[in-house]
Design a protein around this ligand. Structure first.
Ligand SMILES: [Zn+2]
Ligand SMILES: [Zn+2]
Length: 349
């Protein structure tokens, strides 16, 4: 039987087209968490009456909502929502994505013909260097990896499913920092699309190409290393979900990384609190000693319940400003954690 792909969150219902979303004209397009744009589901099915949900494909200019309808229910959406939304302001809907078939090759994606003879090396490099087809959704064009992601998702389960990631992997060491940054961010979205050995090679190889600023990130100055470590974190979470035997090895690399000085360590804390909390807690002092200016990120990335113990351990360390730690503690809503840190600082609760 043909494999179907289901939209995340039961499928999205969309109001009038915006820069962030539009209904697809391609029945095989489905919504995934990595999408740069919100893709409206075109195959919603009603669990009550069994019908396919009909909706207004094209809206007249100025119409402020889109009507969806099955035999038993009518619903009008003016912005966007997921079918499984449990927000109490929205009524619960009996509709869920009924699945989308695998794309048939060749196909046209925003005016670009995609098939067996497509030169993916050239196309993927061009798109990760900043190009995207003018007819792609604005939000897909805004991110340097947006259109490459769209193409990658559209090729899911086809014989070309690895074509985009295969073309993107060598670009992680491209001479152009923009391309390196876009390739890193592409793999952060799809950490399953690369080999563990490839991440290891990047971490243990020459790190100089990752120390320059990431030109794909606007408005804030972050080095490319930030995305490299986020990629490591995303891969760790993925291997943990899969119970993969490579996990301990990657955790070792991440532990060595967060204990290093002058590495963009804060990118990893959040992932390690999830995947390796006992080691992290046991090494809180060593971590803050290695990178004292990162203590706020370290404490801020864990649950408030655990912040007390971590805060208590670092309270007397040089490099941790007692006043700032006190302010941090007073902002915690978890009472026990707040008390624990204030007590360690010798302050009244
Ligand atoms: Zn769907
Ligand atoms: Zn119905």
């Amino acid at each position: 039987m043909e494999k179907l792909h289901f939209c995340e969150r039961g499928g999205y219902l969309l109001g009038p087209t915006s820069s962030l979303w539009s209904i697809s004209s391609d029945p095989s397009e489905f919504a995934t968490p990595g999408d740069a744009a919100i893709v409206g589901c075109t195959n919603l099915r009603c669990r009550a009456c069994g019908q396919q949900v009909q909706f207004e494909r094209e809206l007249p200019a100025g119409q402020d909502g889109r009507t969806y309808q099955c035999a038993c229910r009518t619903y009008r959406e003016d912005k966007f929502r997921a079918a499984d939304d449990d927000d109490e302001r929205d009524p619960a809907l009996p509709w869920r994505c009924g699945g989308h078939s695998t794309a048939t090759l060749p196909f046209d994606l925003d005016g670009v013909k995609i098939g067996r003879d497509t030169d993916f090396a050239t196309l993927v490099r061009k798109t990760l260097a900043g190009w995207s087809p003018p007819s792609a959704r604005p939000s897909e064009r805004e991110q340097p990896y947006g259109w490459a992601s769209k193409l990658h998702v559209r090729l899911t389960d086809t014989e070309l499913k690895d074509a985009v990631s295969g073309a993107a992997a060598p670009l992680l060491s491209d001479a152009d920092a923009f391309v390196r940054g876009a390739a890193l961010r592409f793999f952060c979205e799809f950490p399953a699309a690369m080999e563990t050995a490839c991440i290891e090679g990047l971490l243990l190889g020459d790190r100089a190409p990752f120390l320059s600023q990431d030109p794909t990130v606007r408005n804030v100055a972050v080095p490319l290393e930030s995305s490299l470590l986020r990629l490591l974190g995303r891969r760790i979470i993925l291997l943990r979900e899969r119970n993969d035997p490579d996990l301990p090895h990657l955790l070792e690399l991440a532990r060595a990384e967060v204990l290093r000085r002058d590495s963009w360590v804060q990118a990893l804390y959040h992932f390690l609190w999830k995947a390796d909390p006992d080691w992290l807690m046991a090494n809180v002092k060593a971590l803050v000693t290695a990178n004292p200016e990162q203590w706020r990120d370290l404490l801020g990335s864990l649950s408030e319940g655990a912040a007390g113990e971590a805060g208590e351990r670092i309270a007397r360390l040089p490099g941790v400003d007692a006043k700032e730690l006190e302010s941090f503690a007073r902002l915690l809503s978890a009472k026990d954690s707040r008390r624990q840190i204030l007590a360690a600082l010798g302050k009244k609760k």
